[in-house]
Design a protein around this ligand. Structure first.
Ligand SMILES: Cc1cc2nc3c(=O)[nH]c(=O)nc-3n(C[C@H](O)[C@H](O)[C@H](O)COP(=O)(O)OP(=O)(O)OC[C@H]3O[C@@H](n4cnc5c(N)ncnc54)[C@H](O)[C@@H]3O)c2cc1C
Length: 457
């Protein structure tokens, strides 16, 4: 196992260390379009590769470079326009999702899907798959709601792509900053709509027996899978004729418990409770209490506006480590059970386990983006997360092997320990097309970092 693990990560790490010694990285944070254009203009000789970053919440090297230049987009943070008549909004790429959601709510509007994590940027959510417990199939990904976007290409030219060029727009959605740097986006939005949220606690076997039906229903769902308690906590969302009123406070309380209190408490537990088995038992009990008490009792209705979580991106303080893989929904009954076995076997062998529940979402079939992970069929995204750093790197390598074995599709921005051949195989002909387009618009590879070159060259 270790030999494979080293082969998987070693080559890329050596390359990074050698290149980092050659030229140190530069970080630029433009605050207006002219500054951004100047940085990208080939005449400026900005050190390449040039990697664009939103909030930096991706979990691998897709948004950074250890040589060349990283451009942080958070300085371009203006909400340009909200159109309450035509239900659209135009924003700069560095606007945070949470700020946009709040602004839209003042106009009685919301995003067409439910996307957790308020701290990421609109640009990052368009350029990388960004999803949540969206109800139904349309708009699974944030990028699906893009009507048009403005970018700066590697040759310094400004470009606009809109829905009249459907295929091209599909390629520019989820393009990881490789086809151009997005600086402005126009999105479809909609009037706020209330859904009901029901909660259930089931065993993993029971969950496995109902997941097929859930994945094919016109609902949205999120689940928290706890292999150590043989439990799945389900949050099922659906539109009903009379859902009742929504309390934003209960969503805030839920979010605070899950994204702030638990990770911080778990980190402290590792300092004050030295006995590992006791510490994990305590962590599991606290997770169960949060799910059982707060979520099931108080969070019964919501809207995409109210349910937006407040978790910040990486620069808002990294509270946990995570790695996400997508599995075909039709196979997930098997995957859920084998994931439990994988966690148990890994803990027995290495003494490492995640202290946070794994979180999953249903991803409806959505082909709006060329590199959509659920382009062909509904998928279930499963995120393993932990506050414990020691042992995490080996865990994510084993997780990647587990995922590959069970038909997992990697996410270029959210999966750790990616194997290049597996990425190429998973996205296959769509990736071929994308790579051809990338070579055309960036012939000098100015936006291509060594990490992305492994599968995007
Ligand atoms: C605690 C936590 C919870 C999370 N929960 C979820 C979740 O529920 N669902 C989910 O989908 N993801 C989740 N993520 C993952 C992550 O937030 C998403 O991948 C998000 O879309 C990244 O946004 P960002 O602004 O941080 O972009 P970054 O991470 O900075 O960048 C992501 C990619 O987009 C490119 N990019 C960024 N800005 C631009 C631009 N302006 N133009 C062109 N390319 C650009 C980058 O180069 C990079 O390839 C979570 C992350 C954390 C840390």
């Amino acid at each position: 196992m270790y030999a494979t693990n080293l082969a998987r990560t070693g080559q890329y790490r050596v390359k990074r260390i050698v290149e980092a010694k050659r030229t140190g990285p530069v970080t630029e944070t433009p605050t207006d379009l002219d500054q951004l254009r100047r940085i990208i203009d080939p005449a400026t000789r900005t050190p390449a590769p040039i990697r664009v970053q939103g909030s930096g919440s991706a979990c691998n090297y897709c948004n950074t470079t250890e040589t060349g230049t990283t451009i942080r987009m958070t300085g371009l943070d203006r909400i340009v326009h909200v159109d309450p008549v035509n239900h659209t909004t135009t924003v700069q790429a560095g606007v945070l999702l949470g700020d946009l959601v709040n602004e839209l709510a003042e106009h009685g509007l919301e995003l067409a899907g439910s996307y957790d994590l308020a701290g990421r940027t609109v640009g990052g959510a368009v350029a990388a798959p960004c999803f949540g417990p969206t109800i139904g199939n349309g708009g699974t990904y944030f990028a699906s709601n893009v009507i048009s976007m403005k970018l700066i290409r590697a040759d310094g030219q400004v470009m606009k792509v809109d829905s009249s060029q459907a295929n091209l727009l599909g390629a520019f959605r989820s393009s990881f900053g490789l086809l151009g740097i997005i600086h402005e986006v126009t999105l479809r939005v909609r009037p706020i709509r209330t859904f009901t949220a029901s909660h259930r606690r089931v065993t993993i076997d029971r969950f496995a027996s109902i997941i097929d039906a859930l994945a094919n229903a016109n609902i949205g769902f999120k689940f928290y899978l706890m292999p150590w308690r043989d439990r799945v906590y389900l949050d099922v969302r659906r539109y009903e004729a009379d859902p009742g009123s929504t309390s934003a406070t209960s969503w805030k309380l839920k979010d605070w418990g899950e994204s702030t209190v638990l990770p911080n408490v778990f980190k402290s537990l590792s300092r004050v409770v030295p006995v590992q088995s006791l510490r994990y038992r305590l962590a599991d009990s606290l997770s169960e209490a949060t799910q059982g008490l707060v979520n099931s009792r108080y969070v019964t209705t919501g809207s995409n506006a109210a349910s937006q979580t407040n978790v910040k991106g990486k620069r808002g303080g990294r509270r946990c480590f995570y790695s996400t893989w997508c599995f075909p929904a039709t196979d997930f009954s098997v995957v859920a059970r084998t994931y439990r076995d994988f966690c148990e076997a890994g803990y027995a062998a290495s003494g490492y386990r995640c202290d946070l529940p794994a979180v999953g979402y249903r991803l409806g079939k959505d082909s709006a983006a060329l590199l959509s992970p659920s382009f062909d069929e509904p998928m279930i995204a499963l995120t393993s997360a932990s506050t414990q750093q020691a042992g995490w790197e080996d865990f994510v390598i084993d997780l990647a092997e587990f995922a590959e074995r069970w038909g997992g599709t990697p996410l270029v921005s959210q999966s750790r320990s990616l194997r290049a051949e597996h990425v190429i195989q998973s996205y296959s002909r769509r990736l071929d097309f994308f790579r051809r387009l990338r070579r055309k618009v960036d012939a000098d590879n100015r936006f291509l970092s060594p990490f992305l070159a492994q599968f995007m060259q």
